[in-house]
Ligand binder design. Structure first.
Ligand code: MTE
Length: 369
């Protein structure tokens, strides 16, 4: 079933429409159809799913969210109590750090995500900051650990000695930013089970791994948290005084992708074809987008379809007069941010099998069909 397109029905009778691609059936890892980004918000049933363990059984009636650790007044909130607090609604793009892994040469281990481990949705919930204020966050708390109710044994070495939960810590400064939500709605409706029902974190601007689903614990800590996911899995190498050290992944890096044409699509010669895609960044804005139809020799500025909105993608398009000459052509896109930074030419190996944000080659064929 790897990589097949299907109507997907799970054992809770939740129905996914045609279009998600199965990368792994259990736990569920499904890819969104990036070539169908016709709407700014990804329809919930087409939003990618990345889960490390089976979905935990949680219900609204017995749900409790603990907020404890380095706080003056630890507390536990029920679902209804959380819902009665002032809420905010924000659009945020989530991208899995392993998105586009299939483009790495030579091929690497891990789910062979193509272009669809990224999606954009509107999230509603309570700012994490409000919860931390309510609990009385200690001055010397340096990180906030978010813990999900799902647990199991991870697959990658070095394996922990006992089954673990999915947990991720945020630096204090990010946790206190107004955009970080403890969300209970996605695109205006209750969160689906696959996306963290009843409550999940949404950490706009950071790779998807920080947006902990099935959230049941928020713990303030006075020492950096060195859990499995942010040391063994979603971590990278950074040089410190000439020595490589491990750091957890965080901010999403500037990236753009071509949605259409699709990989290996055949286009008619000498016709106007609209090349389209999307671009996004972490803690900055995407301000310019360029497209090459000759493998990167020359670049043409494309136009944005969506306005600038921090933490959300901007779709873009370019009208291309396809060549008269039949043959194979390589299309690329590259985005620039507000600081004048452009996407890197190559994948940075310090990121291992993550952060694949160089211009991704889309090969197409020009031929009379
Ligand atoms: N939260 C829990 N509890 N368990 C998980 O396996 N996966 C993370 C994150 N939150 C995960 C989690 C990863 S790696 C990503 S990319 C996002 O959830 C994906 O969110 P989605 O499935 O709603 O798209």
């Amino acid at each position: 079933m790897e990589g097949s397109k299907t109507n997907y029905v799970d054992n809770t009778h939740q129905f996914f429409s045609v279009g998600l691609t199965i990368r792994q059936k259990e736990p569920k890892n499904l890819e969104a159809p990036f070539d169908r980004i016709d709407s700014y918000l990804t329809p919930t049933e087409l939003f990618y799913i990345r889960s490390h363990f089976p979905i935990p059984a949680l219900d609204r009636a017995s749900y409790q969210l603990r907020i404890d650790g380095a706080v003056r007044s630890p507390l536990a909130l029920s679902y209804e109590e959380l819902r009665s607090m002032p809420s905010e609604t924000r659009v945020a793009t989530l991208e899995c750090a392993g998105n586009s892994r299939v483009f790495l040469v030579p091929q690497v281990q891990g789910a062979q995500w193509e272009l669809g481990a990224v999606s954009n949705a509107e999230w509603t919930g309570v700012p994490l900051r409000a919860l931390l204020e309510r609990a009385g966050l200690a001055e010397d708390a340096c990180e906030i650990v978010l813990e999900g109710a799902d647990r199991g044994m991870p697959k990658e070495e070095p394996m922990p000695p006992i089954p673990i939960s999915y947990a991720w810590s945020l630096p204090r400064a990010k946790a206190l930013r107004s955009e970080v939500l403890i969300a209970y709605q996605m695109n205006g409706r209750q969160l689906p089970r696959d996306h963290g029902f009843p409550v999940r974190a949404i950490v706009p601007g950071h790779y998807g791994m920080a947006s902990v689903k099935w959230l049941t614990g928020i713990q303030a800590v006075r020492e950096p948290f060195h859990g499995y996911w942010q040391t063994t899995d979603y971590a990278y190498w950074v040089m410190m005084d000439g020595k490589p050290v491990r750091r957890p992944l965080g901010e999403m890096q500037l990236k753009s992708q071509i949605a259409r044409p699709r990989v290996c699509e055949t286009l008619a010669p000498n016709r106007i074809y609209t090349i389209s895609g999307a671009a996004w960044a972490g803690e900055t804005d995407v301000t310019e987008i360029e497209v090459s139809t000759d493998g990167g020799r020359t670049w043409t500025r494309a136009e944005f379809v969506d306005p600038v909105r921090r933490h959300a993608w901007r779709r873009w398009k370019l009208e291309w007069m396809t060549p008269q000459e039949p043959g194979q052509y390589t299309l690329l896109s590259r985005a620039w941010d507000a600081a004048g930074v452009v996407q890197p030419d190559k994948h940075d190996r310090n990121y291992g099998t993550y952060v694949i944000n160089h211009p991704l080659p889309i090969e197409v064929f020009i031929d009379e069909s």
